[in-house]
Design a protein around this ligand. Structure first.
Ligand SMILES: [Fe+2]
Length: 447
């Protein structure tokens, strides 16, 4: 079955479909019929809209959602700067550029942190204030977010890839359980709280400052394969409240909440006296979602040579600078059959105008796992090759690839999913990432 056999059982139900107009109600009748902003919405609710695109964006790219909630989001005190123990999480002011390749054995992580406070910037291009580019972050959460705290990024959509553990994410639009071998996208502006049902959870994030993710075009592939539209799972409406005398109320009125946001690369927070999880019904095209890597219908060559790795693209955020290029292509190279005759099966030596960042999602992370011994990618490592940095196999692997049998073989060791973030722009490294590499190299500051 092309579905991961997860150790942690699914606990939520989902809507299905990527890029669809979805509608969900925690209480029947919460979404008004036909009219979006009735004078008096159902169940005593307030109408609120979240716009993920400009109003006049083309229909295929237009992302708007209507929320019907107990208390409007604007009911909060002013934001002030928000301190977390790991100051690197916001230290994107001293980025450095280098033409050298970077291989990380591991990214050091704090011992005591939640999903937000554990985040460390690895690399970045562009600027959230001009809605250009993206950033790569690592997270390693050892504890739940505070009981009455929620987070949202004002800067970008978060594509979250857990490499270990499970994230239970309560969003304004409902709940998502995101386990190793799945990934989730939380669009900018959507508030959420992350708890850890199985303890430590760590992984990588790409924060997309520009536009949103979409499915790649399929061209000659036809109308299906790669990531299927119906395999994206979208949360159903859920709220911390109940109906009393035909009116929706929250469970604990006057409870103080802290809302943390990342705004222009800096964390801010504010207080409010109501839960942000009070959306009783919603409908629209702007929502979080998740996907199980095992559902990816991988394609490949069946005679000779490799297709370009774009064949592994799960989601893309196209650039508006040049057709066919991307702010981010998110690709996964999953377990698959290799059958190419007389072909060098390993990646050939190459240089690329794009910047490539690769990292693994490894099933067995124990030190005794042969995958952890002598592989290029340790369970929590990563590899960055900026534009035109030459890369390929080392001499030993090159020789092995030249001599190996090319009888058909299932590549399924782990399982081992190799994930790729590929972007059109050069990625500048943070101080944290440079230090974590343990590599002494010449760098120049990013202007
Ligand atoms: Fe490459």
């Amino acid at each position: 079955m092309p579905v991961t056999q997860f150790a942690v059982e699914e606990k939520y139900e989902y809507l299905e479909g990527f890029g669809c107009y979805h509608s969900s109600e925690a209480v029947k009748g919460a979404n008004p019929v036909a009219i979006n902003s009735p004078q008096k919405p159902p169940l005593g609710l307030n109408t609120e809209r979240i716009s993920g695109s400009s109003f006049t964006a083309p229909r295929a790219e237009n992302q708007q959602t209507w929320l019907y909630r107990v208390v409007p989001s604007l009911d909060h005190a002013d934001f002030g700067t928000h301190s977390v123990p790991n100051e690197q999480s916001v230290a994107d002011k001293q980025l450095k550029l280098t033409p050298n390749a970077f291989l990380w054995q591991n990214f050091p992580v704090p011992a005591d942190a939640d999903f937000v406070s554990s985040q460390q910037l690895i690399a970045k291009n562009g600027d959230p204030t001009t809605k250009t580019g993206c950033a790569y972050l690592v997270f390693s959460a050892t504890k739940d977010m505070a009981e009455h705290e929620a987070f949202f990024s004002s800067d970008g959509d978060y594509l979250i890839v857990p490499q270990a553990g499970t994230l239970d994410i309560q969003t304004e639009l409902g709940r998502l359980l995101v386990r190793q071998n799945e990934f989730a996208v939380i669009p900018r502006g959507i508030r959420y709280r992350v708890t850890l049902p199985t303890g430590l959870a760590r992984g990588l994030i790409v924060e997309l400052y520009q536009g949103h993710f979409q499915l790649p075009e399929l061209g000659p592939i036809g109308s299906s394969s790669l990531a299927g539209v119906r395999d994206f799972q979208v949360p159903k409406a859920y709220f911390d409240g109940k109906i009393e005398n035909g009116v929706a109320v929250i469970n604990h009125p006057d409870q103080e909440w802290t809302i943390v946001t990342k705004f222009a690369g800096t964390l801010f927070s504010c207080k409010q006296t109501h839960t942000p999880f009070d959306v009783v019904g919603w409908n629209g095209t702007y929502y979080p979602y998740k996907f199980d890597f095992a559902r990816f219908c991988v394609l490949g060559s069946v005679l000779f040579d490799h297709p370009d790795p774009s064949i592994f693209t799960v989601l893309t955020a196209p650039s508006n600078r040049q057709a066919g290029t991307a702010v981010i292509d998110f690709a996964v190279i999953p377990p698959r059959w290799s059958v190419m005759e007389g072909t060098y099966w390993a990646p050939y030596f190459h240089r690329n105008c794009m910047s490539e960042f690769a990292f693994p999602v490894v099933g067995d992370q124990s030190p005794g796992n042969p995958l952890s011994q002598g592989r290029r990618f340790l369970p929590f490592g990563g590899l960055l090759n900026n534009p035109m940095v030459p890369h390929g196999m080392d001499p030993a692997r090159h020789e092995e690839a030249r001599e190996r049998s090319t009888a058909p073989e299932k590549v399924d060791d782990g399982p081992f999913f190799l994930c790729l973030f590929e972007t059109e722009a050069t990625m500048a490294l943070s101080e944290y990432a440079l230090k974590a590499s343990g590599k002494k190299v010449e760098t120049v500051p990013k202007l």
